[in-house]
Design a protein around this ligand. Structure first.
Ligand SMILES: *Cc1c(COP(=O)(O)O)cnc(C)c1O
Length: 378
């Protein structure tokens, strides 16, 4: 009976958010429709200005997606063949894909066990004369240790790109991520914390020269029509997505607060023996994902599925073990912390419009699962 009336609980409910914002979104979409201007225009410029202000960076440029943001950042920093870029093996594929895309080599460094972010203590050993930059990822919305990373970057004269695709609005020691390193990269893929209704992305920087270079690079190396000073790409933010993002940016802080509220309730009410998200002081977590760690995650995932509750593994295969990166010759066991996380992590549903009832159901299902199993399953 109870099972019959229960609606499935997804990882993220975009429809619920959209229902709330339907009227302002339709209004601004109509404005774009009637403007006759669909790529690079007034809405895009307005969004860039507000996004730069929001992140706390001097400049922001709308681009086609988060992956392009990373590629543009690398190109703007002149990184290419023969260069090495240090990054984490525990991230979405695009982070390292962008490095390979510009012809450089990704060099992986293991993660911190309690935050899943790049471990600054292991970076130094991976630096070679070819190392040009570090791409740090603020995974799941939690800030990486930017203080240590910026210190190392300065010491070895390396550039820092922040992959903040999952972390818009997250603060590190009072500064928003994406405005700390040389360039910040953001994705507005629909399921991200600030999501468009299609693909979209952003680069941010405090440096005028990098801004000017990326301004050209995203538009075929041109800032004057049919005059091209660089080999660039076509990676522009279209007006429709910019307009939608303008509406959604206005609600972002409210939505991030809701995510944090859902996270607090999980942390308070889930069994104490589960490893729950750690938030070191000064390193905010805006909970793009809420991940727990446990031995028997596949069994718990199956039990949740039986109760029509989604769960997901971000990410089941660390990048050094991906087929596409076999040419880098990393072996299993090379990054034990990342490999262990990949085997043990489980993301629970989290989104701003999650109801208290939905969350209560998830919490009680998990608690019941462990009560039924007794101590052996811990
Ligand atoms: C989503 C994401 C990207 C890629 O963004 P797209 O807009 O999908 O291209 C890159 N890095 C991380 C960490 C991401 O989560």
């Amino acid at each position: 009976m109870k099972e019959e009336i229960m609606q499935p609980i997804p990882m993220v409910d975009l429809q619920a958010e959209l229902n709330l914002l339907r009227t302002p979104i339709l209004e601004i979409m109509t404005e774009v429709l009637d403007s006759g201007n669909y790529v690079l225009g007034e809405k895009g410029e307005m969004f860039e200005k507000l996004a730069a202000d929001y992140v706390g960076a001097n400049y922001a440029l709308g681009v086609a997606n988060g992956t392009d943001a990373l590629v543009l950042a690398l190109k703007a920093l002149n990184i290419g063949p023969k260069d090495e870029v240090i990054t984490t093996p525990f991230t979405f594929f695009a982070t390292a894909e962008a490095i390979a895309e510009v012809g450089a080599s990704p060099v992986f460094v293991d993660i911190e066990a309690d935050t899943y972010n790049l471990d600054p203590a292991q970076i130094e050993a991976a630096i070679t004369p070819k190392t040009k930059a570090i791409i740090v990822v603020h995974l799941y919305g939690r800030a990486a240790n930017m203080k240590e990373i910026m210190f190392l970057a300065e010491k070895y004269n390396l550039r820092v790109i922040e992959d903040a695709c999952q972390a818009i609005g997250t603060e590190f020691e009072g500064k928003r991520v994406g405005a700390i390193g040389d360039i910040g990269c953001f994705s507005f893929f629909p399921s991200k914390n600030l999501g468009a209704l299609g693909d979209a992305g952003l680069v941010t920087t405090n440096k005028k020269t990098l801004y000017e270079t990326m301004l050209k690079l995203r538009n075929h190396g041109s800032d004057k029509k049919y005059h091209h000073s660089l080999i660039g790409m076509n990676s522009r933010l279209d007006e429709m997505q910019a307009a939608i993002l303008l509406v959604k940016l206005y609600y972002l802080d409210i939505f991030l607060d809701k995510r944090k509220e859902v996270a607090r309730r999980y942390t308070k009410n889930l069994p104490g023996f589960l490893l729950k998200p750690n938030v070191p002081s000064g390193r905010e977590h805006t909970f793009h994902q809420y991940c727990i760690e446990l031995d028997n995650r596949d069994k718990l995932a199956a039990e949740l599925a039986r109760n029509h509750i989604a769960s997901a593994v971000y990410y089941p295969v660390p990048l050094h073990l991906q087929e596409a990166f076999r040419y880098l010759n990393y072996k299993k066991g090379a990054f034990p912390v990342a490999e262990q996380a990949a085997n043990r992590i489980l993301a629970l549903p989290i989104y701003p419009m999650m109801t208290s009832q939905q969350q209560g159901l998830i919490i009680s299902t998990i608690n019941r699962f462990f009560e039924g199993k007794g101590n052996e399953e811990k």
